[in-house]
Design a protein around this ligand. Structure first.
Ligand SMILES: Cc1cc2nc3c(=O)[nH]c(=O)nc-3n(C[C@H](O)[C@H](O)[C@H](O)COP(=O)(O)O)c2cc1C
Length: 146
């Protein structure tokens, strides 16, 4: 069995919350997770490509890389494929994940592969007034693999 864990500094009740000890807290938390049975850590951040713990600090995924040997999935504002790929190229993450963009474009990988435009995430349309799967989502034409 593969065991993964989702880790975020942000709280539903406080989207600006950050660990008060910054990188030092990251070392404590990620080292403990790295010494546990966890196989991968799936992060969530505002922007996975920017400093995770205040100005001039490393990204959260880089911290996982530095303090553990487990695989890390970066997530947060990685809707630009080049931006997402650069995290992998820099070995700052093993995988990248997209949330809102995948809601707007469930066929994101195929669109990127085929150089098709990606639709913007329209919060009003997709998750309001309730985040259920709407008829237009079931009816949309998806870009498929060849
Ligand atoms: C409608 C919605 C519901 C979400 N629900 C959860 C959740 O239940 N658990 C969780 O860990 N993250 C949840 N998230 C956060 C996403 O998994 C993701 O970490 C965040 O949106 C940042 O990625 P993005 O910039 O690619 O959207 C949710 C995000 C959205 C937009």
């Amino acid at each position: 069995m593969i065991l993964g864990l989702r880790v975020s500094q942000l709280k539903a009740t406080n989207p600006h919350f950050r660990w008060s000890g910054g990188e030092k807290d990251a070392e404590t938390i990620f080292s403990a997770l790295g010494n546990s049975d966890v196989d991968y850590i799936h992060l969530s951040d505002d922007d996975a490509a920017t400093s995770g713990f205040g100005e001039g600090t490393m990204t959260m995924s880089k911290a996982v890389k530095k303090f553990t040997d487990v695989s890390v999935i970066a997530c947060g504002s990685l809707s630009n494929p080049e931006k997402a790929a650069s995290l992998i190229d820099q070995q700052a993450a093993d995988f990248v994940a997209i949330a809102r963009q995948a809601l707007a474009n469930p066929d994101t990988p195929n669109r990127v592969r085929k150089n098709r435009n990606l639709d913007d995430f329209d919060k009003e349309k997709i998750i309001l007034p309730k985040a259920y799967v709407k008829d237009f989502e079931l009816e949309q034409e998806l870009v498929r693999e060849d």
